[in-house]
Design a binder for this molecule. Structure first.
Ligand code: HEC
Ligand code: HEC
Ligand code: HEC
Ligand code: HEC
Ligand code: HEC
Length: 293
């Protein structure tokens, strides 16, 4: 689900678009393409005494043209393009860094480990590991939980695998979509949790396990509310419980939280809604019934 403001202005004159049309369309509708023109970002800047401290990650100079820094420098021109292609792909010589490094007549290309999972975790973490404004540096959770050692990566969860041509006339092959998987998509958000219903000492217990690569939720202002109804074999409600996750009561990386009932039931019906600062109404993302194991 895309963030709503208009696509970045000047997109039609942007050099990469003419050859990399599909990648560009995905990126342009993503949070990265909209990072500078985002209404929420602009609204918060208006309240800052020194808004320039906020610019670097929302319209950066190419990050890989030097040492990766946790506070990228802001660029002078074309800020409306936000986290643009060169932010992630251009080196100091102007060459395009990629997962393969096959130069083409349009531009020299070089292989970079930063553009190939798991090496790309460091690139993503350059901007996603700092607490600033509404941002919680959730990439620190990813590092402290050693997610990479388990074969997980930011790209692996947030940039879906797709098979297609990557530039005009180039042969099709598999690579990664640039439309980011976002918690505003209920089906993606659902993946954050694993559930289990067991009966322990004659009482039903539901365990919620964090399956994301970091805490949930990971942004100030978001709230996930889960409701659990204990049902008997005939489907009659015996008891209800509720649990909310926000920036203070978040589910930590690798963490589990339990919902404990005072008696046993045959099933538990779980439903969940997501209150996001960008959505007018809370969005349902979960409605499942779990039998006792
Ligand atoms: C170190 C890099 C960095 C800096 C500096 C930075 N941001 Fe961000 N900003 C991010 C990242 C990363 C996200 C995406 C966070 C997410 O979706 O979890 C973001 C997202 C946002 C959002 C969108 C939140 C939403 O509801 O989706 C706003 C608003 C914002 N930043 C405001 C600011 C303000 C205000 C400042 C300066 C005080 C600032 N940013 C400085 C990296 C940065
Ligand atoms: C936030 C960083 C980021 C931005 C912004 C970004 N990319 Fe990428 N791009 C990546 C990563 C990471 C990969 C490699 C993913 C993998 O295969 O592990 C990649 C891969 C690619 C590939 C190679 C595909 C392949 O498998 O051969 C192309 C082409 C590409 N990007 C073009 C673009 C274009 C054009 C833009 C702007 C419209 C853009 N990218 C914006 C991070 C980014
Ligand atoms: C005139 C056409 C053209 C333009 C303009 C162009 N590219 Fe490319 N690019 C290509 C072709 C062709 C490939 C090879 C695609 C393939 O073999 O699948 C490529 C490959 C790439 C790769 C993969 C590098 C690798 O081999 O690992 C990246 C990244 C990339 N381009 C980024 C960009 C960015 C960013 C821009 C804008 C600054 C851009 N390109 C502009 C035609 C173009
Ligand atoms: C140059 C800084 C920068 C880099 C590098 C970067 N991001 Fe982001 N990312 C941002 C900003 C800024 C936002 C939020 C923009 C806004 O909402 O205003 C964001 C938003 C996101 C979101 C939230 C999307 C949504 O719609 O909710 C995801 C997921 C994300 N980035 C993943 C990644 C991944 C994966 C990588 C590495 C391939 C990466 N980012 C690299 C700055 C960066
Ligand atoms: C195992 C899969 C997985 C991995 C690995 C992973 N994520 Fe996530 N990410 C998720 C899921 C699922 C959500 C939705 C949960 C939520 O709403 O907090 C999410 C949410 C996010 C969001 C939106 C957070 C918010 O609250 O707005 C950002 C930004 C993000 N991830 C960035 C990253 C970055 C950067 C990395 C690597 C350092 C990473 N993710 C690694 C699965 C993953």
């Amino acid at each position: 689900m895309a963030i709503r403001p208009p696509l970045p202005p000047g997109l039609e004159n942007y050099g990469c678009v003419s050859c990399h049309a599909e990648v560009s369309a995905e990126w342009a509708a993503s949070a990265h393409g909209l990072a500078w023109v985002d209404e929420q970002f602009k609204a918060q800047l208006a309240e800052k005494k020194r808004p320039e401290l906020c610019y670097g990650c929302h319209a950066p100079e190419p990050l890989l043209a030097g040492e990766l820094s946790p506070r990228p420098d802001v660029r002078n021109g074309g800020r409306e393009l936000g986290v643009h292609c060169e932010s992630c792909h251009q080196d100091e010589s102007g060459a395009m860094l990629g997962p393969r490094g096959t130069s083409v007549s349009a531009h020299p290309s070089k292989l970079s480990e930063h553009l190939r999972a798991p090496g790309s975790d460091a690139l993503c973490s350059a901007c996603h590991a700092t607490n600033i404004g509404p941002v919680i540096g959730i990439a620190k959770d990813f590092a402290s939980a050693n997610m990479a050692a388990r074969g997980l990566s930011c790209v692996g969860c947030h940039m879906a695998e797709v098979e297609r041509s990557w530039a005009s006339d180039a042969p099709a092959r598999s690579g990664r979509s640039h439309s980011l998987q976002t918690p505003r998509d209920p089906a993606f958000l659902r993946l954050a949790f694993g559930f289990e219903h067991r009966v322990q000492d004659g009482k039903s217990v539901v365990a919620l396990k964090n399956q994301a690569g970091h805490r949930v939720p990971g942004l100030v202002g978001r709230v996930l509310t889960l409701r659990a109804e204990l049902l008997d074999a005939a489907g009659v409600q015996l008891e209800r419980q509720q649990l909310a996750f926000d920036e203070k009561t978040y589910l930590p990386v690798d963490g589990t939280r339990e919902i404990r009932f005072t008696r046993a039931g045959a099933r538990v019906r779980l439903s969940g809604v997501h209150k996001d600062p960008r959505a007018a109404e809370p969005i349902p993302f979960l409605d499942e019934t779990l039998a006792a194991q």
